[in-house]
Design a protein around this ligand. Structure first.
Ligand code: SAM
Length: 179
């Protein structure tokens, strides 16, 4: 599997102020352009099902996918990124609660359309006024990220984590985002 970020000349992964890593435009991206398209690691009926099933699903993933999966964001108290390489880090990186946390923090759940977890989309940060939109195409089996408007070079690419929750009021949105 090639990596959609490494192979894509329009975007790059780098640090985002107070948001950890984020995806940034390397060049001007036109409105409507497909920024990237990738195969998801996992697809399920709901985030709850994916969290519940990860202990069984993870060992069945190809080893290179397992390696990419364990590098995804696992929360502010995750020690794995700061540990030295070795058996302790290897063991902690695949601990079931950590894998579940990765699913909770990186999966995208649509209203009635299921849930997916994919590598490059997992690096995109949230904005309430986003410049991009993500969706999963069941026919192609691919996740795509599209520009909602022109994105200028060095601008961060963002999505609305609640893009399918259009009927929530601002307090409800805030509660869901904190979760
Ligand atoms: C799917 S990951 C996005 C990539 C992540 N920033 C990283 O370092 O890998 C989701 C996490 O990014 C952080 N994040 C995303 N959008 C944010 C925002 N607007 N403000 C602060 N943190 C944000 C939160 O910690 C969130 O749980």
């Amino acid at each position: 599997m090639s990596h959609p970020v490494n192979d894509n000349v329009s975007i790059r992964l780098c640090g985002s102020p107070e948001r950890g890593l984020g995806l940034f435009a390397s060049r001007r991206i036109s409105q409507g352009l497909k920024i990237l398209s990738e195969e998801p690691f996992l697809v399920d009926e709901s985030r709850q099902d994916m969290v519940g099933g990860i202990a069984q699903e993870f060992p069945a993933l190809p080893l290179h996918v397992q390696a990419l999966f364990t590098r995804l964001y696992a929360g502010p108290s995750d020690l794995v990124p700061v540990l030295n390489a070795g058996p302790d880090r290897d063991q902690r990186s695949v601990a079931i609660p950590r894998l579940q946390r990765i699913v909770e923090l990186n999966s995208v759940e649509g209203a009635g359309t299921g849930c997916f977890l994919s590598p490059a989309v997992s690096t995109v940060n949230h904005d309430c006024i986003p410049n991009a939109f993500v969706y999963y195409n069941y026919e192609s089996g691919l996740v795509a990220l599209h520009a909602l408007r022109v994105i200028e070079p060095n601008e961060e690419v963002t999505v609305d984590y609640l893009q399918d929750s259009i009927y929530l009021d601002s307090d409800e949105r805030q509660d869901r985002l904190v979760d």
